[in-house]
Design a protein around this ligand. Structure first.
Ligand code: PAD
Ligand code: ZN
Ligand code: ZN
Length: 375
């Protein structure tokens, strides 16, 4: 029985063979976990813009790669030395690990664990991958690779959550919700009564709105070029929504006029240079704070007028909403179970895993917020 745990598992996974190719469902082999590693059976996984960025090159990845990073699963087996999870535990794989020993993990002010993989390393700590397909190694994506029936992660990249948590909802704590909510609460530190503007009303932007509302913002203005996003943004707390295409002047000017020049906080949840600068220009020239949440396109430079920060604005970014994942995610899920948050407006579609292509098509046509794939 013990030996059964340590067999290679053959299963279905969505493999990206190279840039600008679609995710293709293949049979892959998933090796058993080595020491300090955990093999997880994935139950549900969301489709995030970052998974699409891996296909365009905006997010670095080592090909061929199994994408996906926003998921819930059950621990299938553990390698030697693993103590924080055991087979049968319900878990969330962690895009931002918490190894506990690097300088970021030891600092109370950082969650940027050195084990994070945002550069497309694609391998676990021993320099190898646990996946093969058609005799070739297939690489890991952001330490997680959740577009697979089974995946292997390091112990630092997985956390146990409440066994009763619904997998097809709480997978959003694996990325969108935690990122957006934390960007407002932890990074922006939105204050009661303040005015906020959120650029980009996808899963991350809507989660920022939920965070701004929880922090007591008096006005939350959603900004998106797709007006089909407005209804759900308002449902989660946006007080108004505007479309830059409806104006000839810069949206920073529009926001200034709408608010008597008093936008305290802006958030960029799109991932374009021009909207990052526009969001910066949209917060108050002195006391305003602007948070970059959207993934900056890889290997690109941004130019901006330094006067924008010289006058006193604060320009910040965050990864995964600033949460220390192993410590904080179980508490966020517990808050969800206590009905502190409602994720229903964020999830527009639930599809079986083999419909992954439809999920990406809807993301790229602007028809979905979050599509959750179930196994
Ligand atoms: P999404 O594609 O679902 O939403 C982006 C929204 O931006 C869409 O509604 C678009 O219509 C809108 N948009 C596009 N262009 C413009 C424009 N010029 N002006 C206004 N609105 C526009 O993405 P998402 O919510 O999954 O992710 C948003 C970004 O956040 C994306 O860059 C993703 O890679 C990044 C991200 N960052 C982290 C992090 O830790 N910092 C985590 C997860 C995702
Ligand atoms: Zn994501
Ligand atoms: Zn660390």
């Amino acid at each position: 029985m013990f030996l059964l745990f340590f067999q290679v598992i053959k299963c279905k996974a969505a493999v990206l063979w190279g840039l600008k190719q679609p995710y293709s469902i293949e049979e892959v082999e998933v090796a058993p976990p080595k020491a300090y590693e955990v093999r997880i059976k994935i139950l549900a996984t969301g489709i995030c813009r970052t998974d699409n960025n891996a296909t365009t090159g905006a997010m670095p990845a080592k090909f061929p790669v199994i994408g996906g990073h926003e998921a819930t699963g059950i621990v299938e087996s553990i390698g030697e030395g693993v103590t924080t999870v055991k087979p049968g535990d319900k878990v969330i794989p962690l895009v931002v690990p918490q190894c506990g020993i690097c300088s970021a993990c030891k600092s109370p002010n950082s969650n940027y664990c050195e084990k994070i993989d945002v550069t497309g390393r694609g391998v676990l700590s021993d320099g190898t991958s646990r996946f093969t397909c058609k005799g070739k190694p297939v690489y890991h994506f952001m330490n997680t690779s959740t577009f697979s029936e089974y995946t292997v992660v390091e112990e630092s990249s997985v956390v146990k959550i409440d066994a009763a948590a619904p997998p097809e909802k709480v997978c959003l704590f694996g990325c969108a919700f935690s990122t957006g909510y934390g960007a407002a609460i932890n990074t922006g530190k939105v204050t009661p009564g303040s005015i906020c503007a959120v650029f980009g009303l996808g899963g991350v932007g809507l989660s920022i709105i939920i965070g701004c509302k929880a922090a007591g913002a008096s006005r939350i203005i959603g900004v998106d070029i797709n007006p089909r996003k407005f209804e759900r943004a308002k449902a989660v707390g946006a007080t108004e929504c505007i479309n830059p295409k409806d104006y000839t002047k810069p949206i920073s000017e529009v926001l200034k006029e709408m608010t008597d020049n008093s936008v305290g906080y802006t958030f960029e949840a799109i991932g374009h240079h021009h909207t990052m600068v526009e969001a910066l220009a949209s917060c108050h020239m002195n006391y305003g704070t602007s948070v970059v949440v959207g993934d900056p396109p890889a290997s690109s430079m941004l130019t901006y007028d330094p006067m924008l920060v010289f006058t006193g604005r604060t320009w910040k970014g965050c990864i995964f909403g600033g949460w220390k994942t192993k410590n904080d995610l179980p508490k966020l899920v517990a808050d969800y179970m206590a009905k502190k948050f409602d994720l229903d407006h964020l999830i527009t579609h639930v599809l079986p895993f083999n419909k992954i292509k439809d999920g990406f098509d809807m993301l790229n046509k602007g028809e979905s917020i979050r599509t959750v794939l179930t196994f």
